[in-house]
Design a protein around this ligand. Structure first.
Ligand SMILES: *[C@@H]1O[C@H](CO)[C@@H](O)[C@H](O)[C@H]1NC(C)=O
Ligand SMILES: *[C@@H]1O[C@H](CO)[C@@H](O)[C@H](O)[C@H]1NC(C)=O
Length: 222
């Protein structure tokens, strides 16, 4: 190696390597600078197959909300062409500012081809963010290049989703306090979070997720 090349290499070796793409990195509590919003029981709206009573697809026991669905189930309303779900719409809508969903989630192994979290409300009645599970990986929609966790099955994980509404929106996803994703949103005006199970691609017959300590925060503006 020519002399002129040593110094840059030395510097690169000696410096701790920062993440190149800004999409990962640990560090601060994602809720720092945020205030919890009061959530009341009536804000948790269950969407489940329209022909079934809630208790056949939902259970709330010892602080844990458990939702499950079969790929052969009916949609949440008779006229809907959407896929089956057992999902809670957290009816705390927001239209501006910076908001955050936090919960501890659990996905039993075998559950695949399903969305477990949505930030709803984009241009054209769409989502601004979805987190899907495929074969134990948690990812941004079905985007193989944006896996937010490689091994999500059979453990409680802390999930934080931060949504900065301004412009098209910006979203960040933290798993166990570590930032795993930063993406632009899809615009839109009224937003809210949904969690549970909502069928996507190549689903397993049975899908389930569990949730506890569900919170919504909003950023403190000084
Ligand atoms: C959500 O709450 C608002 C009132 O804050 C109410 O008008 C609306 O119907 C609720 N939506 C659902 C899906 O329950
Ligand atoms: C929702 O977003 C998806 C993916 O970005 C897009 O393919 C679809 O056309 C959108 N649907 C509507 C109703 O805007």
């Amino acid at each position: 190696m020519a002399k002129c090349c040593w110094l840059p290499w030395l510097i690169i070796i000696l410096l701790p390597l920062p993440p190149c793409d800004g999409s990962s990195g640990a560090d601060v509590d994602p809720t720092a600078g945020f205030a919890a919003v009061e959530l009341t029981g009536d804000m948790f709206k269950l969407h489940k197959p329209y022909d079934l009573p809630p208790e056949q697809r939902y259970e709330f026991r010892d602080g844990v909300r458990r939702m499950w669905v079969l790929c052969s189930d009916r949609p949440f309303s008779p006229g809907s062409t959407t896929k089956p779900r057992s999902e809670i719409l957290l009816n705390k809508t927001y239209t501006s500012g910076v908001w955050q969903f936090e919960a501890y989630g659990y996905v039993p192994s075998g559950t695949t081809g399903v969305s477990i979290l949505q930030a709803f409300g984009a241009s054209g009645r769409n989502t601004t963010l979805m987190l899907h599970v495929y074969g134990g990986r948690l990812m941004y929609y079905h985007d193989e290049a944006r896996v937010v966790d490689g091994d999500i099955y059979d453990r409680w994980f802390r999930l934080n989703v931060v949504h900065d509404v301004a412009g098209v929106g910006k979203l960040a996803v933290f798993v166990d306090g570590e930032r795993r994703l930063a993406v632009a949103g899809h615009g839109g005006y009224r937003h809210y979070f949904k969690f549970g199970v909502y069928v996507q691609r190549d689903p397993s017959h049975y899908m389930e997720s569990r949730w506890r300590d569900v919170k919504v925060y909003t950023k403190i503006v000084d």
